[in-house]
Design a protein around this ligand. Structure first.
Ligand SMILES: Cc1cc2nc3c(=O)[nH]c(=O)nc-3n(C[C@H](O)[C@H](O)[C@H](O)COP(=O)(O)OP(=O)(O)OC[C@H]3O[C@@H](n4cnc5c(N)ncnc54)[C@H](O)[C@@H]3O)c2cc1C
Length: 270
């Protein structure tokens, strides 16, 4: 897939150190599925993977959290500037109907937004969204999710560790409380810090609930050749077999929530 020069048409603050950047790119917008990712080239800096937080008719968006050189450069891009975008890549979420729980942590909620939209648009689905963050400043898409609740499309349950919005505590503790009060859901979708994903998998295995989670690993090629994003011990390539991985596979990945590899392949603790 070629890198397409894409014009930035909107930049929106999304809490502390986070921004949603919308670019014109009809080719990717027509193909992208919730859960897939794109490779974003920031001229003169780097090319990095980003989840897709909006899929429009001729535009897509991603939500960047600045943590290093490339994400910082991206965060500072302005409307009408150009970046390169290739994709969409990887396997997205498989849509399951019924009683659904979507759990996002921090910026990890962003790639769940197109999925949430698909789910509530289907009649008969009952969608609960648990959105966790350290504090209200780190909570992305809270206004949209609130609005969707007012419109009766979803049930939005924010959770913050400092209690600045919604439930005080971890999103996974809230998940356990919700599960204890409801009938077994048909599916749980998750994206966020790996410690959160790992806990979601443990809870779901205990209760016999199916999960699909979006996992991040260091990536170079994004097309399954370089091997940078493989996970131990089964060697699954996150860019091709993921980034959305089902619970059967997640349960076999021993490095989940424990370590990841850096740009030189060295293991670093999570
Ligand atoms: C499928 C996928 C979807 C992602 N979606 C988003 C998103 O929606 N929003 C967002 O803010 N971030 C997302 N990321 C993570 C983002 O790609 C990294 O934060 C970014 O590459 C860091 O680059 P940097 O130069 O700013 O930081 P660096 O200084 O290079 O690194 C900071 C940290 O990020 C990790 N990292 C660095 N490069 C990569 C890379 N190419 N791939 C994965 N991890 C890396 C490093 O291990 C290190 O821990 C996603 C990653 C993947 C694999």
């Amino acid at each position: 897939m070629r890198t397409i020069p894409s014009r930035i048409i909107a930049v929106r603050d999304e809490g502390k150190d986070r921004r949603t950047i919308t670019v014109l790119n009809k080719e990717i917008a027509e193909k992208a599925q919730p859960g897939q990712f794109i490779m974003v080239w920031i001229p003169g800096v780097d090319e990095i993977p980003m989840g897709i937080s909006h899929i429009g008719k001729e535009e897509i968006a991603f939500t960047v959290h600045r943590i290093g050189e490339a994400t910082n450069a991206l965060y500072n891009k302005k409307v009408n500037e150009y970046i390169g975008v290739r994709g969409p890549y990887g396997k997205g979420f498989k849509e399951v109907d019924g009683n659904i729980i979507v759990i996002g942590g921090g910026t990890g909620t962003a790639p769940l937004i197109p999925l949430i939209k698909r789910l509530y648009e289907k009649e008969g689905n009952n969608v609960t969204v648990i959105n966790g963050a350290k504090s209200i400043d780190e909570m992305v898409f809270k206004e949209e999710l609130n609005e969707l609740t007012k419109m009766g499309k979803i049930k939005y349950m924010p959770a913050t560790e400092d209690g600045s919005l919604g439930y005080k505590g971890l999103a996974t503790t809230l998940l356990e409380e919700v599960l204890n009060k409801m009938e077994k859901p048909d599916e749980i979708y998750a994206c966020g810090p790996e410690s959160m994903i790992k806990r979601v998998v443990e809870i779901a295995l205990e209760k016999g609930i199916h999960v699909q989670a979006l996992v991040e690993r260091y990536m170079k090629c994004a097309i399954g050749i370089c091997g940078s994003c493989t996970m131990d011990p089964i060697g699954i390539r996150v860019c091709v077999e993921g980034p959305v991985i089902p619970i059967e596979t997640l349960a076999r990945i021993t490095e989940l929530g424990v370590y990841k590899r850096d740009s030189s392949g060295r293991k670093t603790k999570i």
